[in-house]
Write a protein that binds this ligand. Structure first.
Ligand code: BG6
Ligand code: MG
Length: 209
């Protein structure tokens, strides 16, 4: 293994919670039933693809323009919650594990569907930390498509099979496999035992590589 590709929301930082609060607020506004369980389907999935799922759950039929407006409303709400994010939101466990992996000579990348990736990395003080960033701004297909991870491997100048993916989303684990990479599961994916390695704490990653 020469490189590790990390998902962002729910792996490096717990912004998956703010995503949930944003979708819950939009669902309330639109009169659509929503829950944390439903929100798990949104993990790893692009903003507009999440909007399509919300439309399906609510049995609604919105125009493309309406969907863009609602997704923008959710993103504005989400971004307002992110304004409270600081470097203190990066856990000591995550930071020390990243440093230890780097000390082992591994290349580290982000592979996230989010278009807010660079903003979040800035807020938590990791803007210049990773060797490569592949995110929602450089892909056309959302996880479970492997595009975001294949781009990350390419940016690291590594072959996919030389990279390991760390994910909290089942869609992200599927994306890693579709790209020929093994996946380490944390969070929701770990609770579902969905992945090649299941972590109970982030620093257990040091035992996997
Ligand atoms: C992923 C999240 O990281 O990014 C998804 O797990 C989210 O829930 C997706 O929808 C897109 O994020 P953004 O920030 O571009 O709306
Ligand atoms: Mg995630």
């Amino acid at each position: 293994m020469k490189g590790i590709i990390f998902d962002l929301d729910g792996v490096i930082v717990s912004t998956d919670e703010q995503h949930y609060l944003g979708w819950q607020a939009l669902a309330d506004k639109l009169g659509i039933p929503f829950s944390r369980e439903v929100n798990n389907r949104f993990r790893g999935v692009s903003r507009m693809a999440c909007m399509d799922i919300l439309e399906e759950i609510g049995d609604k039929c919105y125009t493309e323009q309406e969907k863009i407006a609602y997704a923008t409303w959710k993103n504005d709400y989400y971004r307002s919650l992110l304004s409270e994010l600081t470097p203190a939101d990066l856990s000591e466990d995550v930071k020390s594990t990243l440093d230890a992996l780097r000390a082992k000579g591994l290349k580290l990348a982000i592979g996230s569907s989010s278009k807010n990736t660079k903003f979040i990395l800035e807020r938590i003080g990791l803007a210049d930390y990773f060797d490569a960033i592949s995110d929602g701004t450089n892909i056309s297909k959302s996880k479970p498509d492997p595009e975001v991870f294949l781009k990350a491997a390419e940016f690291l100048r590594l072959n996919p099979e030389e990279c390991l993916v760390v994910e909290d989303a089942t869609a992200g684990v599927d994306a890693a496999h579709a790209g020929g990479m093994k996946a380490v599961a944390v969070g929701d994916a770990a609770e579902k035992f969905y992945g090649d390695f299941i972590l109970e704490s982030f620093d257990e990653l040091l035992k996997v590589v």
